[in-house]
Ligand binder design. Structure first.
Ligand code: NAD
Length: 497
């Protein structure tokens, strides 16, 4: 945790020189059209930079540069030990640039500076170290085909890989894809969300400084329907790995089908059920952790435990604890190190999130606390932590991803009903069960259709475990050694002896 003051961060923000450009072939690049779009801070509406508004012509240039780099082997043919050294250096440079990267992230998308420093930048650096450390431990195989043949199963990089990412953890979501893709020898084109382009640009600059060769890590900035679509439809991209909404994820399946059937990986939305049972010894603790996890990052989290499913007998106690915890999440200045809830990413998203308050009321739920815009004088986008009670699982606030600081509380009579409600969702990303009964914990976690199940916790996290969802929460996994498989082709070579 930083020792710096609010005044320090405001002064640093004022004097910061923000570089906004794409990176193609290792060079700072403007859009060929000359067009730009404004990057506006959700903290106070301040204009941060003009970012290149790239389009398909710029995407073509980035793909050509990535293809040339891949084919001439400047990265793809380097010995694993050499790529490892570069990725480890890259991780070190990220650590050395901690304050700058954290400040950029906070200015660009509004999260508290304390979180950017202690969570985002740290996790990003660890991600590059993890895959740097892993890459020279990946072995190929000899298949047990019998003595007449020698059959090798080797892993080869896909080639040119694109990553299209969202704005809620801009650097981290990008790194969960860029790091394993680089580790396996691919050339990468990163498209950040238009709401949060700035740290992607800085990351690519640091990669160059660390020794990632020109053309191996490109950044194209611009809008989803232009740049994102052009990447999805490109005939010379071998794999496209997306994190974002389920709706846009489906477009990428379509783009792949309509173009070259590039490999697609999808990390999509969620509406995660968090079940607190009366058999857990400390209801208050469970409710506290649940509230912290739901309101962390302004609730702008794919894994946000936004459906809090509680047994009737403990419902009232849970609500009281949530109300207490909400007091510690009063939105504040994101540049104040004591702030725990910052600004939502932009005014449009804020309007969408607030729309769910009317929807909740119309459908018959109670708004226990919150539900309003706050800190309006700042010119920024702030929403109070909000609790909806008496929610039933068919309501839109229980079915749709809100992506804001809102918890929907659903009462159930027992475990069986809890499981039914938990699984009654198009999503299957994260989930949790709180119980002290070992058998219940095992049975329930195996019945929940979700990629991640937390038992008696919600905030567990490590690079070593896979991350991703069942159902419409996605296809494939980020993180852990399993993620490496997405970025390789398997080749079987038969040699007649
Ligand atoms: P989004 O789907 O609107 O945008 C994500 C990316 O897709 C952006 O870069 C955007 O420019 C691009 N895009 C938008 N429209 C496009 C189009 N028509 N064609 C091609 N590209 C397009 O998502 P968002 O609002 O940036 O992020 C929030 C979503 O991300 C939530 O649904 C959240 O759950 C999800 N998310 C998932 C994970 C996960 O690991 N499963 C992690 C973080 C966020």
């Amino acid at each position: 945790m930083t020792q710096q003051t609010t005044a320090h961060w405001h002064a640093a923000a004022k004097s910061m020189k923000i570089r906004a450009h794409g990176i193609i072939g290792g060079k700072s690049t403007q859009a060929q059209s000359g067009k730009t779009f404004a990057s506006v801070s959700p903290i106070d509406g301040a204009h941060l930079a003009e970012v290149p508004l790239m389009d398909s012509a710029d995407v073509d240039m980035a793909v050509a540069s990535a293809r040339t780099a891949f084919e001439d082997g400047r990265w793809s043919h380097q010995p694993p030990a050499a790529r490892k050294a570069v990725l480890m250096r890259f991780a070190e440079l990220i650590r050395e640039s901690r304050d700058e990267l954290a400040l950029l992230e906070t200015l660009d998308m509004g999260k508290p500076i304390a979180d950017s420093l202690s969570i985002d930048v740290r996790a990003v650096a660890n991600c590059y170290s993890y895959y740097g450390e892993a890459l020279d431990k990946v072995y190929d195989e000899v298949a047990p085909t019998g003595k007449d043949f020698f059959a090798m199963v080797t892993k080869e990089p896909l080639g040119v890989v694109a990553a299209v990412v969202p704005w809620n953890f801009p650097m981290l979501m990008a790194s969960w894809k860029v790091a394993p893709a680089l580790a396996m020898g691919n050339s990468v084109i990163l498209k950040p969300a238009e709401q949060s382009s700035l740290t992607a640009i800085r990351l690519a600059e640091l990669a160059l400084e660390a020794g990632v060769p020109e053309g191996v890590f490109n950044v194209v900035t611009g809008l989803g329907p232009d740049v994102g679509r052009a990447l999805g439809m490109h005939m010379d991209i071998d794999g496209l790995f997306f994190t974002g909404s389920t709706q846009v994820g489906k477009y990428f399946m379509e783009y792949a089908a309509k173009s070259n059937l590039k490999k697609i990986g999808l990390e999509l939305g969620g509406k995660s059920p968090n079940i607190i049972l009366s058999s857990y010894r400390d209801t208050a603790h469970a409710a506290r952790v649940s509230a912290n996890s739901a309101w962390f990052n302004q609730g702008e989290m794919c894994t946000c435990p936004s459906r809090l499913i509680v047994e009737d007998s403990i419902h009232d106690e849970v609500i009281e604890v949530l109300k207490d915890v909400a007091k510690t999440y009063a939105p504040g200045d994101p540049l104040d190190p004591a702030t725990s809830m910052g600004a939502l990413v932009d005014a449009r998203h804020t309007q969408r999130v607030l729309g769910f308050v009317d929807i909740a009321r119309e459908e018959g739920a109670d708004v226990v606390i919150g539900g309003r815009k706050t800190r309006e004088k700042t010119g920024g986008s702030y929403v109070e932590p909000t609790i909806f009670d008496n929610v039933t699982n068919d309501m839109r606030v229980a079915q749709e991803e809100i992506f804001g600081p809102m918890i929907s509380v659903i009462s159930v009579k027992d475990q069986d009903e809890a499981i039914k409600v938990a699984n009654d969702s198009p999503y299957g990303l994260a989930s949790a069960v709180w119980t002290d009964d070992l058998s219940t914990a095992h049975k329930m976690s195996s019945k929940i259709r979700a990629g991640m199940v937390y038992v008696n916790c919600y905030d567990a996290d490590d690079m070593t475990t896979p991350f991703g969802g069942y159902k419409q929460s996605g296809i494939g996994r980020d993180k852990s050694l399993h993620a490496l498989d997405k970025y390789v082709e398997l080749k079987a070579t038969w040699i007649k002896l």
